[in-house]
Design a protein around this ligand. Structure first.
Ligand SMILES: C[S@@+](CC[C@H](N)C(=O)[O-])C[C@H]1O[C@@H](n2cnc3c(N)ncnc32)[C@H](O)[C@@H]1O
Length: 469
């Protein structure tokens, strides 16, 4: 059996890390399946990777539907890599995510027998929940599939990044964002300007980013083009003029940029030119205002983020918060820390991306918050230095990226002897690894934990854990 061979009639068993599904062949060999699998379905897969102990395969056909499977909400579901779980009922999606969190924490029983796992919390909105979307312009040409599409705007095809699947309506963004997308797509098509070709580095249109703040309705558009496109007939002013006309029909548009993007890599932002309105849009979460610039990191599900931050606030020991020093580690723009600032003595927001720290500083001023310190540093370096200052930290909030905490940071968080730690994780596997270190090397115990769904129809899971001595 080799790469590109097809294996037939595999029954999909369960979800494993990274959104892949798991099953075994008759000889016991493990297979990880990517694509829109549903547990219980029988599928044919094409081998995309082969190692000594496992095979990775991409679904090419469903032979027998799972009893759990329902119709997709979207006509490009099988090609687009976006929301692969949409054929699974939402309640079942939550059940699968809940089971995955429990399974990853199972081995912690040797350190703590009874772990209080609270019921998973759903996303308040399950369609149209994203406040940011990035469309790519490109072609979809395939001799194998008898397809020749020279002008597409949408998303990269599953497992074939160079092909762009055309989208006419994305169910993960709201109706206004879709309406603006439709207008821009129509204009681009009628302009006869070609889409960018990544292989040849030719063509004009590259990306379209739409950001729309859920609670304020403010919208930002960023249209990307290739500045090396050379055609005497071409006029950038006509594109600017068209984008400005959109503001008449869509009052929510508060900011429009063009981005001249000569990057060889498939990145969406190049040199930015503000052609309309404000350089930022504002989103409001839990009564706080946050400015979002084209490069800002911001949680993509605003209603979900409010709930996630509320769980963190709710888990914190409020009684002692007034006199507490809070460390918000891996803080991004300091949004979680900012929700604590009104209740705490002081908050240190620690983040390694300097733009994010700077955005955080601006947002603190916008919200009249004066007890926050924005530290632009790696958490592992900050902790080494901070443990020497003698400042006592009472509450640690830890929200690392998918890779979890840096190994050198883990022993240092224990040195604070903080009354409470709240770990927010987007990866149950690294969460389990870091919790194991904490439980094995300290007096901390898990007080409670809860999974929170922020990304319906995808495999992503957020988990909040409170640890106390
Ligand atoms: C999951 S995000 C958390 C963002 C933030 N808590 C929020 O809710 O918006 C993780 C953040 O950690 C930052 N980061 C990654 N590795 C880091 C490190 N070693 N030290 C400091 N920050 C780091 C990333 O830049 C990112 O902003």
């Amino acid at each position: 059996m080799k790469k590109n061979d097809v294996i037939e009639n595999l029954t999909v068993e369960k979800l494993v890390f990274g959104g892949k599904w798991f099953t075994r062949m008759e000889d016991g060999k493990v297979i990880f399946i990517t694509g829109g699998a549903v547990p219980g379905s029988v599928v044919n897969v094409r081998i995309i990777k082969k190692k000594s102990w496992f095979i990775e395969g991409q679904i090419i056909e469903t032979v027998k539907k799972s009893p759990l499977e329902k119709e997709a909400n979207c006509d490009i579901f099988w090609l687009c890599g976006g929301c692969k779980w949409q054929t699974i009922d939402y309640a079942k999606q939550l059940e699968i995510k809940d089971a995955q969190v429990k399974e990853s924490l199972f081995h912690l029983a040797k350190y703590q027998e009874n772990i209080n796992i609270e019921a998973i919390e759903a996303s308040p909105v399950i369609w149209g929940y994203r406040n940011k979307i990035e469309f790519s312009f490109g072609k979809f040409i395939s001799d194998k599939l008898w397809v020749r599409e020279d002008f597409n705007v949408g998303f990269h095809k599953q497992a074939e990044f160079s092909k762009i699947v055309d989208c006419s309506y994305c169910h993960l963004i709201d109706t206004e964002s879709n309406a603006v997308f439709k207008k821009i797509k129509e204009f681009a098509q009628k302009s006869w300007l070609p889409v960018y070709d990544q292989m040849r580095q030719s063509g004009f249109f590259r990306h379209l980013i739409i950001r729309k703040a859920h609670f304020t309705n403010e919208m930002m558009l960023i249209l990307g083009y290739n500045p090396k496109y050379d055609n005497w007939n071409f006029d950038l002013d006509s594109i600017k003029k068209f984008l400005l006309t959109l503001t008449k029909d869509f009052a929510e548009i508060k900011s429009i940029y063009l981005t001249s993007n000569a990057n060889l890599a498939d990145v969406a932002l190049g040199d930015l030119e503000l052609i309309y309105g404000n350089p930022v849009i504002v989103e409001e979460l839990l009564g706080l205002k946050f400015e979002i610039s084209p490069k800002s990191f911001f949680q993509t599900n605003s209603t979900g983020a409010e709930k996630l931050y509320s769980i963190v606030l709710d888990y914190a020991d409020k009684e002692h918060l007034k006199d507490s020093t809070v460390l918000d580690l891996y803080a991004g723009t300091g949004t979680i820390g900012m929700t604590f600032a009104p209740f705490a003595k002081e908050v240190y927001s620690v983040e390694m991306v300097s733009d994010a720290s700077k955005d955080g500083e601006k947002n603190a001023i916008l919200n009249n918050i004066t007890n926050m310190h924005f530290v632009n540093a790696k958490v592992e370096d900050f902790l080494k230095d901070f443990t020497q200052t003698g400042i006592k930290a009472d509450l640690l909030i830890i929200d690392p990226p998918r890779a979890g905490m840096h190994p050198s940071a883990l022993p240092n968080i224990l040195k604070f002897d903080a009354a409470q730690m709240i770990y927010v994780s987007c990866n149950p596997a690294t969460l389990a690894r870091d919790l194991e270190f904490i439980l094995a090397n300290s007096q901390y115990k898990i007080e409670k934990l809860k999974a929170k769904d922020m990304f319906p129809h995808t495999h992503h899971i957020e988990t909040v854990v409170s640890l106390k001595k």
